[in-house]
Design a protein around this ligand. Structure first.
Ligand SMILES: Nc1ncnc2c1ncn2[C@@H]1O[C@H](COP(=O)(O)OP(=O)(O)OP(=O)(O)O)[C@@H](O)[C@H]1O
Ligand SMILES: [Mg+2]
Length: 624
């Protein structure tokens, strides 16, 4: 931890107040006045003492003080904003004189107190041997009878709580805020929001190497964008880097993760390989932060779809408590970065899963390869090769991490309104520069996601966190956005491009196996699961293209998961589906399908007719 944290400062304050009132730790003047019986505990000489009544041989009563354990101070009462989940803020001083604070949920007092004793011992509390077994009862009594005057608001998750941003060991809030906010939990939280090295180290060994590398700058900027989602009030989402093995994907995630934390065996980056429940807990643990999920290949495609949806959606499954009562489900808003050899969308489709249009806007697939023959990288800053560059980056993020997010948030918290203005302005500028005038709504929304990331990177730079020159983040993110657009094949709605690709693939791959010949054909193969019909010119010399027809169920199968009606209309606008004249209710209309007499069938059939050139052609073909 760098410097004195706010909690530590407040703890010191509370203690001073308590001492000033000479009530002993956990006992204030006011509480003492209220109480008829005197408070039989005191903290002195690094120990907690219990006053014990004694009876002399002559029948006179007296009292003596017995020490039963090492120093534990009861600093504040804690509760949530709703006035629930009451507890106590405790401070344990361990054998090395290090002070540990723990927000103890009062609910733990319901049992025998074993959990409390175990946690206090874990933090360094030591009973005094001469107190024998009495220390347990006395400790329990001490905890329930102390009435500290100081109040703190406790929360059960990290991230934003009002104007304060809560880390497991530190709360970042503007000086003016009144209530101390802290994380309260029954057990130790598994998290990697650790800090190592100084911000200067990080800036010169990590951020500096990202310069000139659009993907790394994007990844870092996205890490800073995560806590800004709450400020702009928008949904969570993510970016997925797709690319071959050993191209620097995991390295990019580790670089982004270093903004937030690291350490332990595995560092900050998590694996896609988790159960739903574990992923939910992970998401909750990364609320308002950046979650890095590596190696998409380790999860099944079905699970990947559900997971991506869940991460973007921001709420976990409804859960039942032990008695079957409804428990609050996990909630989060986060930005995730992911990597895999396959695109996330392709992965989801692999199992026939569908991508809701809303998700396509929030979870963005990006080609990892930056096109400089260096994998994800473009500038390796003089390293002998890209592999060595990747290794040195990984080593650097193993040494310095966690400081950037905290330094960033300290400044955001000090003036959130300025941050909001800055984001809005930078975003507008980005979207103006990035969007072709013809862009449709979906592309606009994707551009806006990239814009938030660009703005976050620029703000982090202007606050002196990254050390990058002005414009670096915006330029790099713009570069990534352009790559994204060019891959997407123009800026028509993604669903339409997707639909066309699926039909094209069916015609190319299954043109012979799943389309029944238009003319009766004695040699024709048995076709199962037909999608429709194909009319081919019998003349071997003819180069007239075949005409494909799809029946409604074939079309539905191919376009599963898409909004059929609007996609079909859009395909007809592109000329891929041929419109026909028809008369409905006495008026002439143009319809998408009609009744055809297929020579090889007895009854007329309702079919969609495809325009082969438009389907196969570049960008909508001749009719587009
Ligand atoms: N752009 C690159 N060009 C060549 N080698 C690289 C590149 N990036 C990384 N490597 C090598 O691959 C190793 C692993 O890097 P990293 O974990 O970032 O790759 P990855 O893209 O995640 O690969 P995988 O798909 O196998 O997980 C590095 O230690 C380095 O030796
Ligand atoms: Mg990897």
């Amino acid at each position: 931890m760098s410097g004195e944290t706010e909690i530590a400062a407040r703890v010191a304050e509370a203690k001073q107040a308590a001492e000033a009132k000479k009530g002993g730790a956990g006992q204030t003047g006011k509480a003492k006045r209220k109480r008829a019986r005197p408070f039989p505990f005191k903290v002195e000489d690094g120990q907690v003492w219990r006053k014990v009544e004694t009876e002399g041989q002559d029948g006179t009563t007296g009292a003596r003080w017995v020490a039963f354990g090492s120093e534990v101070n009861i600093l504040a009462r804690t509760r949530t904003t709703e006035g629930e989940d009451h507890g106590r803020l405790l401070e344990v001083v361990d054998g090395d004189g290090v002070r540990h604070s723990w927000a103890m949920p009062a609910a733990l007092l319901a049992g025998t107190g074993e959990t409390i004793r175990a946690e206090l011992l874990r933090l360094g509390f030591m009973p005094v041997p001469s107190a024998g077994r009495k220390w347990r009862d006395w400790l329990f009594e001490y905890l329930i009878s102390a009435e500290p005057e100081a109040r703190a608001r406790c929360v059960s998750s990290i991230g934003w709580h009002g104007a304060a941003y809560v880390f497991p060991d530190e709360t970042i809030s503007a000086v003016a805020s009144t209530d101390l906010v802290l994380l309260q939990s029954g057990e130790k939280l598994e998290h990697a929001l650790n800090v190592a090295g100084t911000l200067d180290d990080w800036r010169s060994t990590v951020a500096a190497l990202a310069l000139g590398n659009s993907r790394l700058v994007l990844a870092l900027s996205a890490a800073f964008a995560a806590p800004l989602l709450a400020l702009t009030g928008e949904d969570g989402g993510g970016f997925h880097f797709r690319g071959g093995s050993s191209t620097g994907k995991s390295t990019a995630l580790a670089v982004a993760g270093s903004v937030w934390g690291g350490g332990g065996m595995r560092g900050y980056v998590q694996s896609w390989r988790t159960t739903d429940n574990a992923l939910e807990a992970l998401a909750a643990m990364h609320k308002d932060a950046c979650l890095c999920l590596d190696e998409l290949s380790q999860v099944e495609s079905k699970a990947a779809g559900a997971a991506a949806y869940m991460l973007g959606n921001g709420v976990g499954k409804a859960r039942a408590g032990r008695e079957g009562q409804a428990r609050k489900s996990h909630e989060w808003r986060l930005l995730f970065l992911s990597s895999g050899e396959m695109g996330l969308a392709d992965k989801i489709r692999e199992s026939g899963g569908r991508i809701a249009a809303g998700m396509e806007v929030r979870v963005i697939d990006l080609r990892g390869d930056a096109g400089a023959a260096l994998g994800l990288f473009e500038d390796i800053h003089g390293a002998a090769n890209a592999a060595i560059f990747a290794q040195s980056l990984k080593a650097a993020v193993g040494r310095s991490y966690g400081t950037p997010a905290r330094a960033f948030l300290r400044q955001i918290v000090a003036d959130p309104a300025a941050a909001q203005d800055g984001i809005a302005k930078l975003r507008r500028g980005f979207v103006e520069a990035a969007l072709p005038p013809s862009a449709d709504g979906q592309v606009r929304r994707v551009a806006d996601r990239f814009a938030l990331v660009a703005a976050a990177g620029e703000i982090a730079s202007s606050l002196g966190i990254t050390g990058w020159p002005e414009g670096t983040a915006a330029e790099a993110v713009l570069r990534c956005f352009r790559d994204y657009l060019s891959e997407r094949g123009g800026s028509g709605a993604g669903e339409v491009a997707d639909a066309r690709a699926r039909i094209r693939q069916a015609v190319e791959v299954d043109g012979h196996s799943r389309f029944v010949s238009w003319q009766p054909d004695s040699r024709r193969a048995v076709i199962t699961k037909a999608l429709g019909y194909v009319q081919r010119d019998d003349n071997e010399m003819s180069d007239a293209p075949p005409v494909f027809y799809l029946h409604a169920s074939g079309m539905r199968e191919l376009l599963a998961g898409l909004d059929l009606k609007s996609v079909l209309e859009a395909l007809a606008d592109l000329g891929v589906i041929v419109r026909h004249e028809a008369v409905q209710k006495g008026a002439k209309v143009r319809v998408l399908y009609k009744l055809f007499r297929v020579p090889s069938e007895k009854t007329p059939l309702r079919l969609y007719q495809l325009n082969h050139a438009a389907l196969m052609g570049e960008e909508g073909g001749p009719d587009a």
